[in-house]
Write a protein that binds this ligand. Sequence first.
Ligand code: SF4
Length: 177
Amino acid sequence: MRKLLFQSLFRRPFTEPAPSSDDAALSELAAAVGRTARQRLGRSLSIREVDAGSCNGCELEIHALNNAYYDVERFGIRFVASPRHADVLLVTGPVTKNMRDALERTYHATPNPKWVVAVGNCARDGGCFAGSYAVVGGVGAVVPVDLHIPGCPPTPTAMLQGLLALLDRVDAGAGAP
Ligand code: SF4
């Protein structure tokens, strides 16, 4: 036991070194999303997240957008509790049969103009859950999808890039991509 304790004092940690962060590029990207939203929509971007049946891996990355590191709210990107306050529905997972009705109702409760962003490989076509008796398919099988952000799960940076691409397609004043 003493030998083990002694070794642990000098052994290098088993964890990998943290990747180098590029704070400036990240802040610039998030600021660009907020700025473009105000130019195109005339206000901040409001997002309602919908888990249609994911494994929650995508949710962990989406939650990271609001943590102290990414903190996207400082750039005017807000996650809202109701689809009635949302511009964008960020939908994850394969759509399960149990969530199909809820997703449709959420879509219809969101005021126009609205955009649906399918997040993750499962949201495209069911991913690794495709063919399951419990799964309807990708998000596009239930509601119209405007943008798909691939990955399993996609990184927060990839999601910001996707939102920026979506806003770039929105005609100012027209409200449709
Ligand atoms: S894309 Fe990957 S992380 Fe996201 S719900 Fe599917 S399996 Fe989970």
